[in-house]
Design a protein around this ligand. Sequence first.
Ligand code: SAH
Length: 350
Amino acid sequence: MIGKVKKIYLTSILEEELREMLKGFFKSEPYRARQVFDWIYKKDSEDFSSMVNLPHILRKGLSEKFLISSLSIDNKKFSKDGTRKYLFRLEDGEFIEAVSIPAKDRLTVCLSTQVGCRFGCRFCASTKGGFIRNLRTEELIEQTLKIKKDTSDKRITNIVFMGIGEPLDNYENTIKAIRILNSYAALNIGARKFTVSTCGIIPGIERLSKENLQVELAVSLHSSEDKVRSELMPENKKFPLSILIDVCRRFISETGRQVTFEYIMIEGMNDRRVDIANLVRLLKGLNCKVNLIPLNPIPEFKFNPTPLKKIYDFCAALNKQGVKTTLRHSKGRDIDASCGQLRQASKSIK
Ligand code: SAH
């Protein structure tokens, strides 16, 4: 008996790949691929029967070879600041979360890249349930499309891979999703509007620097001392700060792009005067920016965020000493939608 042929998710391929497939399967003209992309990416279509400018026979053929949607919105939460948190149910019954964050002239979507996370950063909720699996390209794209449909009054301007998981530990799918979303036939979001955030996966940063993709790299730093950083982020034991900063330096020189260092402010842990001096020593002269983020509380990590006044002083001191630093005000805290508060479990949205 011949097994069932596996269908292909339309949201996992580029327009040129679809063009070739349609030619091979149905001898279709090249422009048909663009029409299909328009239905999916511009008109939010989720079924083939709605694609009325395609011949009936092609719609039927498409439904035999392809699939459109692999996840659904299971629940939604609204923050008073406009942030929305989405709980997605995946085909295999797993759950992940993503967030949309509106600002005056932009709409940022924060995507998850994995079900769970294997890196065990102590302050981060996403890692508490362990690692289950990587998200596939179509699951990355469809988080975006479902949010696009739900926030149709605003155009998505930025995509950050800062939800659950480690994007550089799911390298191929993350890069493919960026290439698709960036392409003209899909959402046409500029490469510079994507931010890949990493806890410091060295081989991933090296690979990214050779991609010829103008994406933003954000590195979660959180301490300028190996002892403290290893305590907070076990990955630091494998790749200590000297190696991390070295690879960032190479990324900057190879891509000509600035790196952002994210730095969570944790009271008494990494907000001391000596931390300012250490940060200056570590980062001065590097084409980079530090982004200070007050710790978002999670029950499993019994520390407090640094008081805001002290964060302002920390920020000013770094700027004064030549390290460009800004303060990021987290959005969506009231619905646990801020950095480090996302979880894969369905119980996280009540
Ligand atoms: N794994 C990637 C991306 C996911 S985390 C990474 O580590 O960068 C996205 C950002 O949220 C990171 O900078 C992470 O350090 C930060 N974050 C995690 N937990 C947080 C918390 N409790 N409060 C504030 N930021 C947190």
